[in-house]
Design a protein around this ligand. Structure first.
Ligand code: GLC
Length: 581
């Protein structure tokens, strides 16, 4: 499936970034090191604070727990930390339902703890990046509590309210991401309100200038606290189209909301206002979670004339999932498709923009499980992906625990799962006629809880994450898979990450070099070069669990790094990753 179809299927997304200054030297194009922004040369580490480190015994991670591990992150070469939402929240969607945009969730600590985190991180050259969730708030936010009272209060128009159809039914047949329709009836107002996600996450009305200003003020509040950037959540949904029914795509007679509302014309006006009033002139970076932006549209979204520095695109991470259906399930995919997805994003951002490279985040399963066959060696698989991540053009994003090669959980009952999306997907699959066992298999494969279990620091109680009852169970494999054990093992995933991070910092090809795909039609090897100023590095990764012979164009090159001891110049060992000069 090419990128266009991918986008049409509603699955896609796209990436990137910043105007990339270059100069011409001796006829060859040379990217000038001094012209890269700090965040283009940084590694970003994403923290899910709830699961990182608990310092109080509450069973939930906290800000002081993050501060405690700053030296660990420094050693990993991290230059910025993206915190998933740390604001007060009823936690229906684990913080993506915010009830106060300018305060700290007391479960995570205090504003003082936050200020200390920023200051301590700063001492180590690390910036803190906040997650802005501006498409919707929590239904417990005081704005919504007021808005729902009646049709005449000062915030009556801050959310999206509509009358029922003449027969009393909901205004449209759009299905929300987290179960049922996007419309929920409100007794007080005798009207429906709209929610793209759960009913506890009402959509804000961006058409109202007061709403926009309130959101911009919230972002500015965090800029004043010295944050180094923003990740902007679910941004392509803020502009709503005409409220008309769509062609049903499921047995429930509804159509997925994103098919109707993504990137509605006019959205860029809102976004430019956001940029002008909030980001412009600050030495920060912005990365939008912007599903469905095509390569052709990218120039309006990123770079100098666009809005953000980068946008997260999903084309490569959605490959293992069958899309365009009401629910998700695993599907066959080819290595050439993965290479194509990443290469298209590279091409689209070659001259304008910057690419945020990632394989994991809090919405995706663990990558060694997700991108490889069930019986593949997970340590080798983790190192293989690490090598692509840290040698690709763009800013690498590491998700907590990825640097340890943390793997999926294997919970048999849906009751064990906390993630609202997993419950929704489970119900969808049953409604569409799948058995409980089949639905459970799907959930095990892609549940967001796979990535949300507590960090595995050591082999002690609760993996050293907490002395209390943890909010989500620790993965059973923590006795052997943990940071303390990996620290001591020179061959661990953690030490491979550190080695690659150091190598990246020392080799200008990896920050500044052009990207070129090598062996494009191979279904076994992912290889690409990074070149600048006449210097070239080549990455080659074997995605199979067999030995794979190398073509001459690689076997005659000098190996500078390999994930395997005694690398053979004529072949790659199973899942081997190496770098050539
Ligand atoms: C984004 C977040 C996801 C959340 C959703 C609703 O996709 O990454 O975790 O559930 O938005 O805010």
């Amino acid at each position: 499936m090419n990128r266009r179809n991918f986008i049409k299927s509603g699955a896609a997304l796209t990436a990137l970034a910043f105007f990339y200054p270059e100069k011409i030297l001796g006829g060859a194009k040379v990217m000038a090191a001094e012209n890269l922004k700090w965040w283009q040369k940084s590694i970003v580490y994403q923290i899910y604070p709830k699961s990182f480190q608990d310092t109080t015994g509450s069973g939930t991670g906290d800000l002081n727990g993050i501060t405690q591990h700053l030296d660990y992150l420094k050693k990993l070469g991290v230059g910025a930390i993206w915190l998933t939402p740390i604001y007060p929240s009823p936690q229906v969607d684990n913080g993506y339902d915010i009830s106060d945009y300018t305060a700290i969730n007391p479960d995570f600590g205090t504003m003082k703890d936050f200020e200390k985190l920023v200051a301590e991180a700063d001492k180590r050259g690390i910036k803190i990046v906040m997650d802005l969730v501006f498409n919707h708030s929590s239904d417990k936010h005081e704005w919504f509590l007021e808005s729902k009272k009646n049709r005449t209060n000062p915030k009556a128009d801050w959310y999206i309210w509509k009358d029922a159809k003449p027969d009393g039914s909901a205004p449209t047949n759009w299905r929300c991401f987290f179960g049922g329709g996007v419309w929920t009836w409100c007794e007080e107002r005798q009207q429906y309100y709209m929610h793209t996600f759960a009913k506890e996450q009402p959509d804000l009305n961006w058409e109202n200038p007061e709403v926009r200003q309130a959101l911009f003020d919230a972002a500015k509040f965090w800029l004043d606290k010295g944050v180094g950037g923003f990740r902007i959540d679910a941004i392509p949904y803020i502009k709503k189209p005409a409220y008309v029914d769509g062609t049903p795509d499921g047995k429930d007679g509804m159509v997925a909301v994103h098919k109707m509302t993504v990137n509605t014309p006019g959205i860029l006006d809102f976004l430019h206002e956001f940029k002008d009033k909030v980001f412009a002139g600050h030495d920060i970076f912005t990365v939008g979670e912007a599903n469905g932006v095509s390569p052709e549209e990218l120039k309006y979204w990123i770079g100098e004339q666009g809005v953000f520095d980068m946008i997260f695109e999903f084309s490569h991470v959605l490959l293992p999932l069958k899309n365009g259906e009401v629910f998700c399930r695993p599907t066959e995919w080819k290595l050439t498709e993965l290479k194509q997805a990443i290469s298209e994003s590279q091409a689209a951002t070659k001259n304008n923009g910057w690419y945020p490279m990632y394989f994991e985040n809090h919405d995706r399963p663990r990558s060694p499980n997700y991108f490889f066959k069930k019986d593949a060696d997970k340590v080798k698989a983790a190192k293989a992906l690490a090598t692509i991540l840290l040698t690709m053009r763009g800013t690498p994003f590491i998700y907590e625990g990825q640097e340890l090669g943390m793997t999926n959980i294997d919970w048999d009952s849906i009751e064990m799962y906390n993630d609202i999306g997993s419950h929704t997907q489970f119900d969808f699959a049953l409604n569409e006629g799948f058995t409980v066992a089949q639905a459970m298999d799907f959930i095990k494969f892609f549940s967001r809880d796979n990535a949300r279990t507590p960090m595995q620091w050591n082999d002690k109680t609760n993996a050293g994450f907490s002395s209390g009852k943890t909010w989500l169970p620790v993965n059973d494999n923590f006795k052997t898979l943990n940071a303390a054990a990996e620290e001591k093992n020179s061959d661990s995933v953690l030490n491979w990450y550190r080695k690659l991070a150091k190598f990246r910092a020392e080799n200008i090809e990896l920050t500044h070099g052009d990207y070129k795909l090598i062996l494009p039609s191979s279904e076994e090897i992912f290889a690409f070069s990074r070149s600048v100023d006449g210097k070239t590095l080549i990455t080659a990764v074997n995605f199979t669990s067999e030995n794979v012979a190398l073509p001459l164009e690689l076997s005659n090159k000098k190996i500078v790094l390999s994930s395997e001891e005694n690398a053979d110049k004529n072949s790659l060992k199973p899942l081997e990753a190496r770098i050539y000069k």
